[in-house]
Design a protein around this ligand. Structure first.
Ligand SMILES: NC(=O)c1ccc[n+]([C@@H]2O[C@H](COP(=O)([O-])OP(=O)(O)OC[C@H]3O[C@@H](n4cnc5c(N)ncnc54)[C@H](OP(=O)(O)O)[C@@H]3O)[C@@H](O)[C@H]2O)c1
Length: 316
């Protein structure tokens, strides 16, 4: 059987560095689940490593992609009940390939009622949102989000409200996100309206920022001293400086929390995620075959998109 993967052999701009490679499928190690991938999204988190941002801990050649969903083709002794089931084959090989051999401890069974396209997006953004809200409780706080049309911010906003936030406002770059934010109970604020941004910042207690750059600097200069500023992404590609001692600022990286999770805790977090995802709104998806990954990348880069590009490796 043939196996096809989107991988990189050196660091660089993803569009120039990623390549599709095919080879005969090697035998599956006896202690692994072999998963035939159905689909995997393109997230910022998948592309940042390709650029070399984590060159201290990632050494190419590497298959790209951190999350996705597939069907178990074969399982180690004692786990044959998983054969034919949908799972998330996480925390091992890259997911932008037709087959993933994964450690059963970190594979997550997808409940029957969860749609395949939703399951494919159930890890990076939902787990990051849940862990951030556990670390920095929104209860009783006025929460402010940036890049508010992103999947991660939409989940942060909806779940912050469920966890007792007094209010959630979302700064969005493209106007196309405004109505979706309102539908999620989040007050939209245009990033271009500097006065409105400063006004909402003066009235915020807890910020989850994924943009960095000028917007982060404006917020840090305007927030009350007692506020808390969490930076979890740098979508602008620009760093920022904090010129005041307060508000307090923390960086959040999901990887810093993964090593401490036992398999049991990992599985229990996903039980929570499935429950939350069933009652949450997210943008739609746009499907691209694995061979059309460059088209998918161009779609990913387009400003004002409301859908997540999904690489499709099998029938979904
Ligand atoms: N630290 C962690 O552990 C962790 C974990 C998960 C995700 N993240 C971060 O979360 C962020 C969102 O990821 P996602 O997968 O949820 O994104 P997504 O759904 O693909 O959406 C990205 C959105 O960001 C907006 N955006 C892009 N560049 C922007 C800029 N310069 N200024 C303002 N808005 C901008 C775009 O909106 P428009 O084009 O419409 O304006 C786009 O809708 C990323 O930075 C990612 O790295 C971090």
């Amino acid at each position: 059987m043939n196996h096809t993967a989107i991988c990189y052999r050196h660091f660089g701009l993803p569009e120039e560095t990623l390549k599709v490679e095919s080879a005969p499928l090697p035998p599956c190690p006896a202690d692994r689940l072999r998963v035939r991938m159905l689909c995997a999204p393109i997230n910022a988190s998948d592309l940042i490593p390709v650029t070399g941002a984590y060159s201290h801990r990632i050494t190419p050649p590497v298959v790209a992609g951190y999350e996705g969903v597939g069907v178990v083709l074969s399982a180690p002794h004692g786990l044959s009940h998983l054969t034919g089931k949908r799972v998330l084959p996480l925390r091992g090989e890259g997911t932008w390939q037709t087959h993933v051999d994964c450690d059963p401890d970190w594979a997550v069974l997808v409940p029957d009622e969860i749609d395949t396209a939703l399951a494919a997006r159930a890890y990076i953004n939902p787990l990051a949102a849940l862990l951030m809200l556990r670390l920095y409780s929104p209860a009783g706080k006025r929460v402010l989000l940036t890049a508010a049309g992103s999947d991660c911010a939409l989940l942060l906003g909806q779940w912050a409200l469920r966890m007792g936030a007094v209010s959630v406002a979302g700064i969005h770059r493209s106007v196309v996100h405004a109505q979706r934010l309102i539908d999620c109970g989040i007050t939209p604020v245009s990033q271009q309206d500097v006065q409105a941004v400063e006004r909402i910042a003066r009235d915020s207690d807890l910020v989850f920022d994924a943009t960095g750059g000028q917007l982060a600097e404006t917020l840090l200069q305007t927030l009350p001293d007692a506020a808390l500023f969490i930076c979890y992404g740098l979508l602008s590609g620009q760093p920022f400086r904090q010129t005041r001692r307060l508000p307090r600022m923390h960086w959040f990286h999901i990887r810093n929390y993964l090593d401490d999770l036992t398999p049991a805790r990992w599985q229990s977090l996903f039980s929570e995620i499935w429950t939350l995802l069933k009652i949450s709104r997210l943008g739609g998806i746009r499907c691209f075959s694995q061979a059309d990954w460059q088209e998918a990348m161009a779609f990913y880069r387009a400003e004002g998109r409301t859908e997540k590009p999904m690489l499709v490796m099998g029938e979904i």
